[in-house]
Design a binder for this molecule. Structure first.
Ligand SMILES: Nc1ncnc2c1ncn2[C@@H]1O[C@H](COP(=O)(O)OP(=O)(O)OP(=O)(O)O)[C@@H](O)[C@H]1O
Length: 897
């Protein structure tokens, strides 16, 4: 900062500010002044704009006004939240000495201040800042070059301590980061440049990516950093690849720096390759709307519809499992066994769920305690979780042959450290403050000395009353009162009319004047001051004892960290398992039959989200079968070509099969009457590609990039779901690409596939490709109207009913009539039956009168008004896209009204 160079003009406070600011570049500095955090200069401008608070001035610096804005301490959390959500990083700078100490150094000396914590999106620990039902990962991406570049990711949820590493190729990065969905992503500038150069830097990383200094990725220094962060020798950093060590070192260093010496509180890192997972790439996640819809909303996503967990940690685990379904038949079946037993025993499931509801977020409470940021409520949470665990264990006692997963869970529940829970329950009151420093959280009779001090403090109330009575007698002022406030402490108050009496002899000897109010006068007396001291000392002594109790309980909890973390995992897993059981029992989901074959036979399959929506609208969902089963002997799985009218239910059918596969391999029952699935290694789904203008790619380009990814990466064990590939270009180009793609999937890949298309010519492939079958979405025509049956049956559609759908959408009748005319001629032409005169009469004549729009009162179209107001020359590309969306919205609103 250039201001720093002009030292002589700086006030001591400003000098301190600049010093602190200089060592925390890239952070908005929340500088503590009394009851406010103040921000200065550019920080003030950024924060005032982001928070909508007033930007003021505080003196001048180098002849310029110093911009300043402030947030009150008590509301700081809300403001912090806003800033973090907007992608800012904040350094909290506190006064680290008593102002009285500073005064001793001279009247003008400044109170010592230091940054006590860096708050960033990836290092949050407080419930106020976090979404209880979502993980919050900090990730670091490292690159090590040995000729070829090796990449690795490390990621940790600082709020729960979970820590992972994975070695990856550049091609895998995008998919892996889509799965992890980090709140903050660290990488060195050189790594970013290398990825950008090779087109591997995904634009979606931009909002969360932060440049971290190259030194923090030093793989040599990382070994020492990691040994220190994960003591005990269980975790050996040298077992990691150089790249993974470098990434993990960067995560640990960043967390340590952000907590400013408090510690890191991370769990032993887990290598992400220990379990085999079903690969789901970023485009498939988005197209199948697993965690959020394509519009970015939770509502309407698969996760939202199937998440019946009753605790926040359970919900986080369910979300993580859905993001990484398994690809190992044995592990999947183990999960399904547990769900199966509970789905059949609804009484037991009901009891477990009822007890689970009261279980607090143990993992996050533990982390706060470990970071010395926890309060009495976190201690209570630990106690409650432990007692709940042992109650839950009781429900399992009667199970004789429990499945492996439930046995494992119940073993941990039984081992919950009950003595710790009893100690916490005995020590902690029912109502508790957020912070230990507020006191008043230790239960009566837990500590004799504390009870004594509290008694002393409360006895003083009686002493105050007696003193008041005596003073009334002595002064003969009946209305004399002893009161207390935060500024004066205890004082004697008399009405103004009696005030002068106390200022005169004989009372002026004992009454010392403190304050004159409009209606009253306030005094103190030596006796009252002494009493005040006694009360304050009793309070202080009580608080000191409470803080000692807190520290001892915290220590007892931390000594059992490993056991408690395992318990937290168990409680979350039990919640997910019972939630899946409840889902199965209440929504008629069935257990899928999972093995290592190439089967994919779904009977009566349903789309979990569309079903929910259709039922809510009072209709019933039509279940459909799909059979893509094959084997190596016949060259792989089968491919179904799905044709049918627009709005007939093709996309729904395609997606439901991909979702059923994902749910099954997550370990959930599935919405079908039966399902037999040979483990799928990768799912690909491309349903309706959309423009990616923001990244300079047209609909067709996006579609081709994604199709290429599928053809290059799908294996025989994959499931591929493709909707209308090739529709974004000229008909013949599109048809040829779709044709070649079907052939490649059938001949080279041999995967199980569903391919929906409006190119009816493709259906002739079923004659030559043995594992291709044609199915169609059935419709019924009735009095010129088309009725969608949403039923899949054998055969191929010969038409798309596009014009009927256009009519349903409200296209004007003259346009529809003209479209019918053109369609007839085009169809005849392709069949070779249209006469040249027919063609000429219909296609060459402009229908000057036929499709004149219905006359409307002349009023200015809102779209035109908006267009008139647009200044393309003054727009950034982003504003241009927003303007386009706005235009579409205005048009849609106008249509609806
Ligand atoms: N099996 C079903 N049972 C009941 N309703 C269904 C079913 N499948 C689809 N629908 C309803 O039909 C609507 C359209 O379905 P979908 O988007 O799958 O059609 P589509 O054939 O892919 O259309 P397009 O070709 O225009 O993309 C859905 O939003 C849903 O309301």
């Amino acid at each position: 900062m250039d201001q720093l160079s002009i030292q002589p003009q700086l006030t001591p406070m400003m000098a301190q500010y600049f010093e602190i600011k200089a060592v925390n570049p890239g952070y908005l500095l929340f500088y503590r002044m009394g009851d406010f955090y103040e921000l200065f200069f550019e920080d003030a401008e950024i924060a005032s704009a982001a928070l909508g608070i007033v930007l003021t001035r505080r003196g001048k610096h180098l002849g310029q006004d110093i911009g300043m804005c402030g947030v009150p301490i008590h509301a700081a959390n809300d403001y912090l939240n806003k800033l973090i959500k907007l992608g800012h990083r904040v350094a909290i700078c506190e006064q680290v000495e008593d102002p009285k100490e500073a005064k001793k150094r001279g009247a003008k000396s400044v109170v010592k201040r230091d940054v006590v914590r860096l708050i960033t999106a990836g290092t949050l620990t407080e419930d106020d800042h976090l979404d209880a039902r979502a993980s919050n990962f900090l990730a670091a991406l490292s690159m090590v070059r040995h000729g070829e570049a090796d990449f690795a990711l490390a990621w940790a949820d600082v709020s729960t301590g979970e820590t992972f590493t994975a070695d990856l190729s550049a091609e895998q990065l995008q998919d892996e980061l889509a799965r992890i969905d980090p709140a903050e992503l660290l990488m060195a500038e050189a790594t970013r440049l290398a990825l950008v150069e090779r087109h591997f830097f995904a634009p979606s990383w931009l909002p969360v990516a932060h440049a971290a200094p190259a030194e923090s990725f030093d793989s040599e220094a990382a070994t020492a950093t990691l040994r220190e962060a994960f003591p005990g020798g269980v975790f050996d950093p040298s077992a990691l690849s150089r790249a993974a060590r470098s990434a993990l070192g960067a995560v640990v260093a960043y967390v340590r720096e952000s907590q400013k010496g408090v510690g890191v509180a991370l769990r032993q890192p887990v290598s992400d390759t220990t379990l085999r997972h079903m690969a789901i790439d970023a485009a498939t996640r988005s197209s199948l709307e697993l965690h959020q819809t394509q519009r970015g909303q939770q509502r309407g996503s698969l996760r939202q519809v199937i998440d019946l967990t009753v605790t926040a940690p359970g919900s986080r685990l369910l979300s993580a499992r859905l993001a990484s379904p398994l690809a190992d038949a044995r592990a999947i079946n183990e999960r399904l066994d547990a769900v199966g037993l509970l789905a059949n025993d609804t009484l037991l499931t009901g009891r477990l769920r009822a007890d689970l509801k009261a279980v607090p977020d143990l993992a996050r409470a533990l982390t706060r305690l470990a970071l010395d940021r926890g309060g009495p409520r976190d201690l209570a949470a630990v106690g409650k979780a432990v007692s709940a665990a042992s109650a839950l264990a009781g429900h399992f006692a009667r199970l004789e042959h429990a499945p492996t997963v439930l046995l494992r869970l119940s073993r941990t529940l039984v081992a919950a450290p009950l003595p710790l829970a009893s100690e916490l329950a005995a020590a902690l009151d029912d109502d508790m403050p957020l912070f230990a420093r507020d006191g008043g959280f230790v239960r009566k009779s837990y500590d004799q000395t504390l009870d004594d001090e509290r008694a002393l403090a409360s006895q003083t109330r009686a002493v105050v009353a007696a003193l008041q009575a005596r003073l009334i007698d002595e002064t003969d002022v009946r209305s004399l009162k002893i009161r207390h406030n935060g500024v004066l402490g205890y004082f004697v108050e008399v009405p103004a009319s009696h005030g002068t009496k106390l200022l005169e002899e004989p009372h002026r000897q004992s009454f010392i004047h403190r304050q004159t109010m409009a209606n009253a006068m306030r005094f103190t007396t030596t006796e009252l001051a002494e009493l005040e001291g006694r009360i304050a000392r009793a309070h202080e002594a009580a608080l000191e004892i409470e803080l000692r109790v807190f520290a001892s309980l915290r220590q007892q909890v931390l000594e059992q960290t490993d056991t408690l973390r395992e318990l937290a995992d168990t409680l979350a897993e039990l919640d997910v398992t019972t939630a899946f059981a409840h889902l199965a029992a209440t929504r008629s989901y069935t257990r899928p039959d999972i093995d290592d074959s190439l089967a994919f036979a779904i009977h009566g399959g349903r789309h979990p989200v569309v079903e929910d929506m259709v039922i809510n609208e009072g209709h019933s969902f039509v279940a459909n079968d799909a059979d893509l089963s094959g084997d190596d002997a016949i060259g792989g799985g089968r491919l179904w070509l799905v044709t049918g009218p627009n709005m007939g239910g093709k996309s729904t059918f395609l997606r439901q099969n991909a979702l059923i596969a994902i749910l099954a391999q997550t370990g959930s029952f599935v919405p079908a009457s039966s399902a037999h699935i040979g483990v799928i290694d990768r799912v690909f789904s491309r349903v309706g590609a959309s423009d990616d203008i923001a990244h300079g790619r047209s609909t067709f380009m996006v579609e081709m990039v994604e199709t290429a990814a599928i053809l290059n990466r799908a294996t025989r064990r994959s499931l591929v779901v493709l909707d209308e590939i090739g529709r974004g270009t000229a008909t013949f180009d599109g048809l040829s690409i779709a044709w070649a793609a079907v052939e490649a999937l059938h001949e080279t890949t041999g995967c199980r596939a569903l391919f929906a298309t409006h190119f009816h010519e493709l259906t002739s492939l079923a004659k030559t490709l043995t594992r291709v079958s044609n199915v169609t979405m059935k419709v019924r025509e009735w009095e010129g109207e088309v009725v969608f049956l949403h039923e899949v049956g054998p055969g191929a559609a010969d038409r798309s009913y596009g014009i009927q759908v256009a009519r349903l959408a409200g296209l004007p009748e003259p346009v529809l009539a003209r479209a019918r005319q053109v369609l007839t001629v085009l169809e005849q032409r392709s069949a070779g039956t249209a006469s040249s005169s027919q063609k000429a009469s219909v296609l060459d004549d402009l229908p000057l009168f036929a499709h004149q729009p219905a006359s409307r009162p002349v009023e200015k179209d809102p779209v035109h008004i908006a267009l008139d107001a647009t200044r393309p020359d003054e727009m950034t590309p982003k504003q241009a896209i927003e303007a386009l969306y706005q235009l579409k919205k205005i048009r849609d609103d106008a249509r609806r009204s």
